[in-house]
Design a protein around this ligand. Structure first.
Ligand code: UDP
Length: 351
């Protein structure tokens, strides 16, 4: 069970609060009776993700960038805990806009930490399993060495920028005594995730639903571990409330591993789609010289020891939830549909 520190206040500031993970975190916090202030510039986040919260008196939304010092200062002054999720994310975006990635991630974290320090807010900083880079150890633990690619490869700019965020956060704790909790998210999936910036699960599901080719990059033997966003959010809430969480880094992820080829096959079977599974060279998908990670498995023992946290949803359950969401979105866009949807059939199939 998660130990709750009742000496902490009840107002959370979520940067990136209209994003995929931020909106699910807002849902979880509001459901527990906490006040949530969300800031988002809607660059990759969407008002649709939080539309259902806008009339809730516990939820307050500011459409602004975290580099807007006045807005950030006002929100931080009212917050007890800040969860910093606003970032440039998604491999495609990072490869295409490296300057934006580096600046957003480093300057954003700096602005948030400075504001947090002024008001003594416990601060959680989202980082990424990308930081483990090309390491081949399985599973990855927080204190492992990291092996990043050359600076001529844009992909690694994301990992490097997030490493700086981790260093900076931990330095604020060590030097200034601010409570800081950096956490590395492994592949996190679920409803509301946009497939626009490369994320494989929503992309495959949409491709299957539209009858388009399911695009496996490379030979598909590379694997990933996918964690349901609601499980990841439960871990973040636990870290935000636990008195002993600050000052350490935590992995958040589900150790269930699947190859990308098998993922494509599962999505195809689950949707009953006639889409062909095609292999696309990395150079075509991301440009020349792209480096992928072959495996990325989390060691979550530190998180488990602190919170007793365990992922609760399997990959098939996650895929069914994403499918139901994408199906709903397509129904909204296309008007009246037959009553028995692909998603309804799929949920029956995986039980
Ligand atoms: N991928 C793929 N087809 C796609 C999108 C991604 O085969 O249409 C692969 C990608 O090359 C990687 C894995 O799926 O090996 C996970 O990609 P994602 O961008 O979701 O996350 P990453 O783990 O790379 O950050």
């Amino acid at each position: 069970m998660v130990a709750i520190d009742h000496s902490l206040g009840k107002t959370f500031l979520i940067t990136g609060g209209a994003g995929f993970i931020g909106s699910h975190l807002a849902d979880a916090l509001v459901a527990r009776g906490y006040t949530v202030l969300a800031i988002d510039n809607l660059s990759t986040g969407s008002i649709d993700n939080i539309a259902h919260l806008l009339s809730n008196p516990l939820f307050h939304f500011a459409r602004a960038s975290i580099t807007d010092e006045t807005v950030l200062d006002r929100l931080a002054s009212q917050a007890d805990v800040i969860v910093h999720l606003a970032a440039a994310v998604g491999v495609q975006l990072i490869v295409e806009r490296p300057v934006h990635t580096i600046e957003t991630n480093i300057m954003g974290a700096e602005a948030v930490l400075k504001a947090a320090l002024r008001y003594g807010c416990r601060t959680l900083i989202a980082s990424t399993s990308e930081v483990y880079g090309k390491g081949i150890k399985v599973p990855f633990a927080e204190d492992d060495d990291v092996l990043l690619g050359a600076t001529s490869r844009n992909r690694w700019a994301y990992a490097a920028s997030k490493m700086v965020d981790e260093f900076l956060g931990l330095a604020y704790q060590h030097e200034y005594g601010l409570e800081v909790v950096p956490f590395r998210l492994f592949n996190t999936v679920g409803p509301r995730q946009t497939g626009q910036y490369g994320m494989v699960v929503p992309r495959f599901v949409r491709q299957a639903l539209r009858g388009e080719p399911i695009t496996v990059y490379g030979d598909g033997t590379q694997s990933r571990c996918f964690c349901d966003v609601r499980d990841a959010v439960a871990a973040i809430v636990g870290l935000a409330l636990h008195p002993e969480a600050p000052g350490q880094l935590y992995n958040i992820g589900n150790p269930e591993e699947v190859s990308v080829r098998e993922l494509a096959e599962r999505v195809k079977a689950l949707t009953g789609s006639a889409s062909p599974i095609v292999h696309v060279p990395y150079s075509e998908a991301y440009g020349p010289g792209f480096e992928d990670m072959q495996r990325r498995v989390p060691d979550t023992s530190r998180l488990q020891d602190l919170l007793g946290w365990q992922p609760t949803r399997t990959l098939n359950e996650i895929l069914a939830a994403v499918l139901a969401f994408e199906q709903g979105r397509m129904l909204e866009l296309s008007g009246p549909q037959p009553t028995k949807t692909l998603a309804a059939r799929a949920v029956g199939r995986i039980r």
